[in-house]
Write a protein that binds this ligand. Structure first.
Ligand SMILES: [Zn+2]
Length: 151
């Protein structure tokens, strides 16, 4: 399968999840974790209306992926999200060693890629190893031209 088609398909699925979140009165964010070509975790945002105070779509998708994979390390995985993971979710990306993050829109001051807390780009935390590849899906738009390596 063409990798760009794969990214586009996964981002469409994230957008569906984001719509589901909005319909439930939550922040419109959808996220999923893809490992070896298949979804191992996905979630619609459950904040602020859900029971979990920090029910961010990315965190929920990563937690589901950990359960599905049976491992806290997701080194071959890609996280897709309609929004830039916040600092909390960026921490989860780094702890699980997710290799690639495909991002929809920026999250501003609390983002983990472009804010003053660029956890996704941090290369000074030994146990996290190499930072993930970050792809800004809407900005870098055209398939085949959307990759940015941060290292
Ligand atoms: Zn978050």
């Amino acid at each position: 399968m063409n990798p760009e088609d794969t990214d586009a398909g996964w981002m469409r699925r994230c957008e569906d999840l984001a719509r589901r979140a909005a319909l439930a009165g939550n922040t419109p964010v959808g996220a999923l974790v893809v490992l070896d070509g298949g979804v191992v975790g996905e979630a619609a945002e459950e904040a602020p209306r859900g029971a979990r105070p920090f029910g961010h779509a990315e965190l929920l998708a990563i937690e589901a992926a950990i359960r599905a994979a049976g491992s806290r390390l997701l080194e071959r995985a890609t996280l897709y999200s309609t929004a830039e993971p916040c600092v909390l979710c960026g921490f989860a990306v780094r702890e699980t060693r997710i290799a690639r993050v495909v991002i929809g829109r920026p999250a501003g001051d609390i983002g983990s890629a472009r804010s003053r807390f660029p956890i996704l780009a941090a290369d000074w935390v030994d146990r996290w190893g190499r930072p993930p590849q970050v792809v800004w899906w809407y900005e870098q738009g055209a398939p085949g031209r959307q990759t940015t390596r941060r290292s």
